[in-house]
Design a protein around this ligand. Structure first.
Ligand code: SF4
Length: 127
């Protein structure tokens, strides 16, 4: 079981309902295609505003393994790279959710290695 959270851009949530992110998560497509054949649970869906450190702390306490930083964060969040590196100290991070694997204006930045997918587990590996 991989526990996942999705972090989206605060300003974008004024209009966006998260449909594209959730469609990709539910269908295990685009950035979530890596979980095909693996059981997943969406534990959190939250925006970048307010007390982000507190939100991340609650996600850690909830056992989240991977945070997907949304495609709109990749496109428009000022310190996208710094945020991914910061979150990557505690979680694996995938730097987009839906759409192209590489951004139009910025490359996708991810931090991986803490969580081993069940599909690639060896008998002595642990999640
Ligand atoms: S990545 Fe797309 S669907 Fe997800 S919050 Fe941003 S604009 Fe909405």
């Amino acid at each position: 079981m991989i526990k996942i959270a999705i972090l989206v851009r605060e300003e974008t949530t004024h209009k966006c309902t998260g449909r594209g992110c959730l469609k990709s998560f539910n269908g295990k497509t685009e950035s979530f295609a890596r979980y095909q054949g693996t059981e997943t649970e969406l534990v959190g869906f939250f925006h970048s505003g307010g007390d982000l450190d507190y939100k991340l702390k609650t996600m850690k306490e909830a056992g989240v393994n991977v945070i997907h930083v949304s495609t709109c964060m990749r496109a428009k969040y000022d310190d996208y790279e710094g945020l991914v590196q910061r979150i990557g100290k505690d979680f694996d991070v995938i730097g987009y959710t839906h759409g192209s694997a590489e951004g139009k204006t910025r490359p996708t930045i991810s931090v991986t290695g803490k969580t081993v997918l069940e599909t690639t587990l060896h008998k002595n590996d642990k999640l």
